[in-house]
Design a protein around this ligand. Structure first.
Ligand SMILES: *Cc1c(COP(=O)(O)O)cnc(C)c1O
Length: 360
């Protein structure tokens, strides 16, 4: 068995330990004589799997009791619609445009109401996070929306906008669990699982209870109401049981390693190795303003499309997979989520040094 170093932006690398454990339990979970995939979602076993996953996530993120944790489907993209459908009471919301995922959320929200773009970094190819001081929040806005870590462009909000009494909604698909955050600063946090938590098919929603109500936009389908899922503890219909089970294992794995403080330490150490190299390299360059660099997604270029392509091909042959940048921006991108080991980043940088020495 040869596993590669997988730098995919998502679906992404998972901890090997988790995959092995899941493999061992594939045919017979815990003496039940069946796979988790084959179990009724109404069984005690599945109830326990989901309950434990929620408890561990609450503990890891220090989620206060007045927040609900929901395990839903439809990906982060479905949240682009669910958020306005459930929160846009005045049919107005403020969005900060920091890249493609924010843009998609904006386009979706426009279906339901008025969207104010209160800040944007589009002028410089989304290579930075806009200035947040003095940001003008609209009086009538129902919420303020950010994409906390921009998977494609490699930027991250290191500070949060001051939104006063307006709930802050954050897409944390690509940086949830990468470091401690203060959940009380947010009204809603959502994250697709397939970057830093588990397999595709699960989206985690952490939502303050006062934002959950029957007062949703007319026409909101049952399945798109937070209240239905909150009232039914994510068991209104069949939830993505197997995905939640894997997420639960990842939560336990993070807990065992020391929680989010330890993840932050590890992620900072990994990112520093790559950023330090990019800052000193004569061939490779990072594309993001230093103060806004992501710990998770690191885009870089050589400046030549041919060299980029050569690098990506040679890297793949050497066991470094999925380094091609997003199809809309080109270049390279190394996604180094929690499950990417330090050795993977070190080996990549050694490979980049070697490539540089041969190609400059
Ligand atoms: C991947 C990603 C999405 C889209 O997730 P889906 O689960 O495919 O809908 C949305 N936002 C961010 C920040 C992402 O990284």
């Amino acid at each position: 068995m040869a596993r590669v170093f997988n730098f995919s932006a998502g679906p992404a690398v998972l901890p090997e330990e988790v995959l092995k454990e899941a493999a061992e339990e594939m045919l017979d979970f815990n003496g039940t004589g069946m796979s988790v995939m084959e179990m009724s979602h109404r069984s005690k076993t599945v109830e326990r799997i989901i309950g434990e996953a929620e408890d561990n996530l609450r503990e890891l993120m220090n989620i206060p009791p007045n927040y609900k944790v929901l395990f839903l489907q439809g990906g982060a993209s479905q949240q682009f619609a669910m958020v306005p459908m459930n929160l846009m009471k005045n049919k107005v919301a403020d969005y900060i445009n920091t890249g493609q995922w924010a843009k998609k959320a904006i386009a979706e929200a426009k279906i339901f109401g008025k969207v104010n773009i209160i800040a944007s970094s589009e002028d410089k190819m989304f290579s930075y996070i806009p200035e947040l001081k003095g940001l003008k929040i609209s009086d009538e806005a129902d919420y303020v929306y950010i994409c906390h870590n921009n998977t494609i462009y490699g930027t991250k909000f290191n500070e949060l906008p001051e939104t006063g009494d307006k709930p802050l909604v954050a897409d944390m698909s690509s940086d949830i669990l990468s470091e401690p955050i203060d959940v009380t600063k947010f009204g809603v946090i959502f994250a697709g699982a397939q970057k830093n938590m588990g397999p595709a098919g699960v989206v985690v929603v952490i939502i303050r209870e006062d934002l959950i109500s029957d007062d949703v936009l007319p026409g909101t389908p049952t399945m798109l109401r937070y209240k239905i899922h909150a009232d039914n503890k994510s068991l209104y219909n069949t939830p993505p049981v197997y995905g939640i089970y894997i997420c639960g294992k990842v939560f336990k794995w993070i807990k065992k390693l020391g929680g989010l403080e330890e993840m932050k330490k590890r992620n900072e150490a990994k990112a520093a190795i790559l950023y330090d190299f990019l800052d000193s390299s004569k061939l490779f360059k990072g594309t993001v303003f230093k103060k806004d660099r992501s710990l998770m997604n690191i885009p870089f270029i050589t400046g030549s499309q041919e060299l980029d392509a050569k690098f990506i091909a040679e890297a793949k042959a050497a066991g470094f997979d999925n380094l091609k940048g997003h199809r809309t921006v080109g270049g390279m991108r190394a996604s180094i989520y929690n499950a990417m080991p330090l050795e993977g980043v070190k080996a990549l940088v050694e490979f980049m040094e070697l490539f540089e020495s041969k190609n400059i």
